[in-house]
Write a protein that binds this ligand. Structure first.
Ligand code: NAD
Ligand code: TYD
Length: 339
């Protein structure tokens, strides 16, 4: 089976590409189309870069001519769209690239898939499209969309566009909506890798507001396996939620990180809250489990320990990222945030 994976040099896309190429009978081929934005990193794919079944194309999913020629020539059987501007804080600071990639890019891929009748299209989305959810409720796939940030609004729009291609053109599209991921190779702008890498360097750990916001944590390899399960057993025209193994307030997560790294809680620093900050995400993955048999395998404590160990052993990976554009981002997001 031939896959076109977009955004395969990012955090989750690279985990998915690595999983695909673990294929025991060697029958999968992967074409990875990635623009290599600040978040794209070919080091994430070093372990499979020389695999004969893998090919990398440096390009933009908004480039219709490129996307069309790739789909026409390569005739992938499945397109999986991970490519996105994926961070809420950056989407607040600078929304334009978010709408360009997340909406126009999705449209460009869908049009190429329609023109060349790609047998399967999977749009990788997020639980953030449901917005903040009051306890004790959990969102199932029919829960109303109530996006709070430019990021989540762009993902919700892309989901609706994708699903409209099923209704209108009878295209075999599927949308997956996962909760917060964590694991190796995650860019240190998201909560868990940022807190681990700051803690390892004895830098302050910035907690937005009261730190009682709840996220449902999913180990990245469990997410990658869920996407494969949806491709193998899911139905076209459907949405599948992919929830994590554990809902936790941010403060609990950060305390657990400090304990694992062996640093004092005095490193935590309360900072001004994120505008439009969603209080709680909560997902039901009952449909995914029932229809595909998928289950999360990695308990949070185990996944967090493995993640901390990965960042400890891969300090050079983090250092290279933090030496560049990252400093500017860090200053613009955290600079005026002291309370
Ligand atoms: P990431 O930021 O680590 O990686 C994004 C990748 O997309 C990078 O390799 C980047 O270079 C590439 N990219 C960006 N714009 C592109 C463009 N115009 N053309 C081609 N490539 C482009 O993101 P991630 O955390 O791996 O997220 C992947 C997907 O999963 C996203 O669609 C995101 O919305 C979704 N998602 C993420 C999470 C999470 O917790 N990180 C949770 C649920 C869903
Ligand atoms: P994040 O990893 O950005 O994911 P999302 O906002 O998409 O869920 O943030 C997870 C939670 O951690 C969210 O409630 C915001 C909070 N947070 C902080 O308190 N401090 C930080 O520096 C970051 C990046 C996030």
């Amino acid at each position: 089976m031939k896959f076109l994976v977009t955004g395969g040099a990012g955090f989750i896309g690279s985990a998915f590409v690595r999983l695909l190429l673990q294929d025991p009978d060697g029958s999968r081929a992967v074409l990875n189309l990635d623009k290599l934005t600040y978040a794209g990193n070919l080091e994430n794919l070093a372990s499979i870069a020389d695999d004969a079944r893998y090919r990398f194309v440096h390009g933009d999913i908004c480039d219709a001519a490129l996307v069309n020629s790739l789909v026409a020539e390569e005739k992938p059987e499945v397109i999986v769209n991970f490519a996105a501007e994926s961070h809420v804080d950056r989407s607040i600071l600078s929304p334009a690239p978010v709408f360009e990639t997340n909406l126009r890019g999705t449209f460009t891929l869908l049009e190429a898939a329609r023109t060349h009748q790609t047998p399967r299209y999977v749009q990788i989305s997020t639980d953030e499209v449901y917005g903040s959810i009051d306890p004790p409720h959990e969102a199932d796939e029919n829960f109303p969309l109530r996006a709070s940030s430019p990021y989540s609004a762009s993902k919700a729009g892309a989901d609706l566009l994708t699903l409209s291609y099923f209704v209108t053109y009878k295209m075999p599209v599927t949308v997956t909506r996962a909760s917060n991921n964590y694991g190796p190779y995650q860019f240190p702008e998201k909560l868990i890798p940022l807190m681990i890498s700051n803690a390892l360097e004895d830098k302050p750990l910035p907690i937005y507001g009261d730190g009682q916001q709840v996220r449902d944590w999913l180990y990245v390899d469990d997410h990658a396996r869920a996407i494969l399960a949806v491709i193998e057993h899911g139905r076209a025209g459907e949405i599948y939620n992919i929830g994590g193994s554990r809902a936790l307030p941010n403060l609990d997560v950060v305390r657990e990180i400090l304990a694992a790294v062996g640093k004092p809680e005095s490193l935590m620093q309360t900072v001004k809250d994120r505008p439009g900050h969603d209080r709680r995400y909560a997902l039901s993955s009952e449909k995914l489990m029932r229809e595909t048999g998928w289950q999360a395998r990695v308990p949070f404590e185990e996944g967090l320990r493995a993640t901390v160990e990965w960042y400890r052993s891969n300090a050079a990976w983090t250092a290279r990222i933090k030496s560049g554009e990252y400093q500017k981002y860090y200053q613009s997001n955290y600079g005026g945030r002291a309370v």
